[in-house]
Design a protein around this ligand. Structure first.
Ligand code: ADP
Ligand code: MG
Length: 682
């Protein structure tokens, strides 16, 4: 009987109601679902020659039982059964733990196949897998699936086998022959056979290449389709800014823009002027001067009669942006307002009124900006600093209100290219790859945790020259409470140490936001010399007089986060220092510390971080924004990702793609994603 791949799994021979429900629990309802549940590994049952098998390696042998089984009972439900086996020229012992019931099947002269760990010195196999009869009855490779204990591997395997047999020739091929030939990829039916029931490791590799490519191609088509659809269908606003005013504004800044800043400003202004809606990512290393670029773009939009918004992840950062931008923009007649969770009710009401009437030109704040009663009269450009999640949500909120402003996301840390084209595949990207002139590289040292005293002396050197220091506290697991306790302890130790000479401040996430702001202000005005803090200072804060940073427990942080923390110093013209206290236990940990001392380049660190820790950890769980893939791993498969990206670009431009039957499935995928209807999934 042949089955269609869209049939329910219950049409498979042997799958009854109960099994159907178990499969359902694994997310498998149709044959197609079943086929796309790939094994995460294969058990290798190929026969091996014992002379060539290293000690402690897993091995499968076929042999004849040469001695009556002897059984030793070791107490409650525990036993040790032993036989002698003749495998080729080898007479070895095979030991079975807690399987004394196998005795009957192991009588003298029987042929059996066993798999287990090979103890070469003692010539013993510790059997983990046993089969009656010769090896010929068993496949060389058995798939192992992730079944969460819902079902036995053996049962699932049996279902897979009969389903594959029943559906031969029924698979819908999504990859046209041209593409398969070009990359030598197996057709869908073969691919499935090879990935589930391979006859060699090469089969698995070969099949996997197909499914990885297919998944990435679909993904890239969707991303590019969304981008294309946005450009064609969605009318953004053409922001006809006043070039002369923008030039005057730039000329009045306290510094000359870097080449990279000029280039990015041009990119942004060009897009403001066009009627397509901006959906852009601005990547720039820590300290590369993203804020001023944002200010210029916002100012441009405002000169055209629009309003602007700038959103930051923390209140401290938002307030700092508000004061910086007010300083730059107010002399040019711009009204800047600040809104955060802590804004008092009356002030908030006033502000919202002015926002709705258009009296406020630029609103800066935290995610308080995306609350439903925050209504802009005429938003032209919305910028999100240091956290992309916000932007996505906020954009949805604005769109729900019928507004379509241009949107710019500024990232906290450089994102490796592979991740950027995955997580932000449907966005345009601008890059600030130059630091303002005169910046000195931050000198970074990695010391063992018992070297605190010399570090404090070095810190004191800086303090005595009138500079300031950050001390980032030990991080304890995920517990915010314990972190705070740690910060309190370190603060009291340092207060004693510097008593009478320097002021030591304390900052952590549990402080009331008014207190946090007060402390940050004191630090920024130089009233506090040493700021002891948890990682709340991590993002964006700018105090150029701070030239020294001490980070406790540095191994607990990822490279991207360390780089972000370290970026709090080195923001002025003075030489800055960063000391990492760490006793890494793993090689990976040592490598991370070493890398920190060797480079100040955020793009290099980002690539390294990704290499060492993988994509999941790179963004952090909460704000990952990374799409989930079934087969592909965008880091490991970055070559395939780039190929798929390039191919997707070409496909969208080719007539075949839009017209030929062979491309129908790829095309339908694009349509289903909503990419062509303008009904976007953000
Ligand atoms: P980030 O990109 O990390 O957000 P900021 O925008 O906070 O960096 O800029 C870091 C510091 O560099 C700020 O003090 C800012 O005023 C200063 N800065 C920005 N651009 C320039 C420039 N072209 N020349 C000199 N200093 C600059
Ligand atoms: Mg910044």
């Amino acid at each position: 009987m042949t089955l269609s791949i869209h049939d329910s799994v219950t049409t498979i021979k042997g799958v009854g109601k109960a099994a159907g429900e178990q499969l359902e629990a694994l997310g498998v309802s149709t044959l197609q679902d079943l086929f796309m549940t790939f094994p995460y590994r294969h058990e290798d049952f190929r026969l091996k020659d014992l002379t060539e098998t290293p000690h402690n390696e897993r091995v499968t042998i076929e042999g004849r039982v040469e001695s009556e089984p002897s059984i030793l009972f070791l107490g409650k439900n525990r036993s040790r059964l032993q036989i002698r086996l003749l495998a080729g020229r080898h007479l070895v012992k095979a030991v079975f733990f807690n399987q004394h019931y196998l005795k009957e099947r192991l009588s003298l002269g029987t042929i059996v196949t066993v798999t287990g760990k090979w103890d070469r010195g003692r010539q013993v196999i510790n059997v983990s897998n046993f089969k009656d009869g010769p090896k010929t009855d068993q496949a060389d490779f058995e798939p192992v699936y992730s079944l969460k204990g819902v079902m036995h591997q053996k049962t699932f395997r049996r279902f897979m086998r009969s389903a594959l047999d029943a559906a031969v020739g029924q698979h819908a091929e999504s990859l046209p022959a041209d593409i398969r030939e070009m990359y030598r990829l197996p057709a869908i039916g073969n691919g499935l056979e090879m990935i589930h029931f391979p006859t060699s490791p090469a089969d698995v590799k070969h099949a996997r290449r197909r499914f990885v490519y297919e998944e990435l191609l679909m993904f890239q088509l969707k991303m590019l389709g969304m981008k294309k659809a946005r450009k064609e269908a969605e009318k953004g606003v053409a922001i006809d800014y006043d070039l002369a005013k923008v030039k005057t504004f730039i000329a009045a800044l306290p510094f000359e823009l870097t080449g990279a800043q000029k280039r990015v400003v041009n990119e942004l202004c060009g897009e403001l002027k066009s009627p397509t809606r901006m959906n852009r990512l601005l990547q720039g290393d820590v300290g590369s001067g993203k804020t001023v670029v944002a200010a210029i773009a916002l100012y441009a939009a405002i000169t055209a009669g629009f309003q602007g918004a700038l959103m930051a992840p923390t209140e401290i950062l938002a307030e700092q942006h508000a004061s910086t931008l007010a300083e730059w923009l107010e002399p040019h007649g711009i009204t800047v307002a600040f809104l955060a969770g802590s804004t008092k009710a009356k002030a908030r009401r006033d502000l919202l009124e002015k926002l709705e009437s258009g009296e406020v030109d630029l609103l800066i704040g935290t995610h308080a900006l995306i609350q439903p009663d925050v209504i802009f009269k005429n938003p032209g450009l919305v910028i999100t600093d240091e956290q992309h999640r916000f932007g996505v949500e906020q954009r949805r909120v604005l769109r729900d209100k019928g507004l379509n402003p241009d949107v710019l996301f500024m990232t906290a840390t450089p994102i490796p290219r592979t991740l950027a084209i995955t997580a932000f595949g449907e966005m345009d990207v601008s890059i600030l790859d130059e630091l303002p002139a005169g910046r000195k590289l931050i000198e970074t040292h990695w010391l063992k945790e018992d070297s605190l005293l010399p570090v404090l002396r070095k810190m004191e050197n800086e303090l005595s020259a009138g500079r300031q220091a950050y001390v980032i506290c030990p991080l304890i697991e995920e517990s915010d409470k314990l972190d705070v306790q740690n910060a309190v302890d370190v603060h009291s130790q340092l207060s004693t140490h510097f008593s009478g000479k320097y002021t030591v401040g304390l900052m952590h996430g549990r402080l009331h936001s008014d207190d946090k702001d007060a402390i940050m202000r004191d630090f920024s005005e130089g009233k506090i010399d040493v700021l002891v803090s948890t990682t709340v200072v991590e993002v964006g804060v700018n105090v150029p007089n701070a030239t020294f940073m001490l980070i406790y427990d540095a191994t607990r942080f990822g490279l991207a986060q360390l780089h972000q923390l370290r970026g709090r110093v080195g923001r002025g013209a003075e030489q800055s220092y960063c000391v990492l206290l760490a006793d890494p236990k793993t090689e990976e940990g040592k490598e991370r510390m070493q890398t920190m001392t060797e480079t100040n380049d955020g793009f290099v660190l980002a690539e390294k971080d990704l290499e060492l820790r993988g994509a999941g950890d790179f963004f952090g769980k909460k704000q990952s924004g990374m799409p989930e893939f079934k087969v592909a791993d965008p880091v490991h498969d970055y070559r395939a990702l780039e190929t798929a990206r390039k191919d997707a670009e070409q496909l969208l431009e080719s007539r075949h793609f839009w017209e030929d039957q062979e491309y129908a499935i790829l095309r339908s995928h694009l349509e289903e994603s909503g990419a062509l209807s303008g009904d976007r999934i953000d």
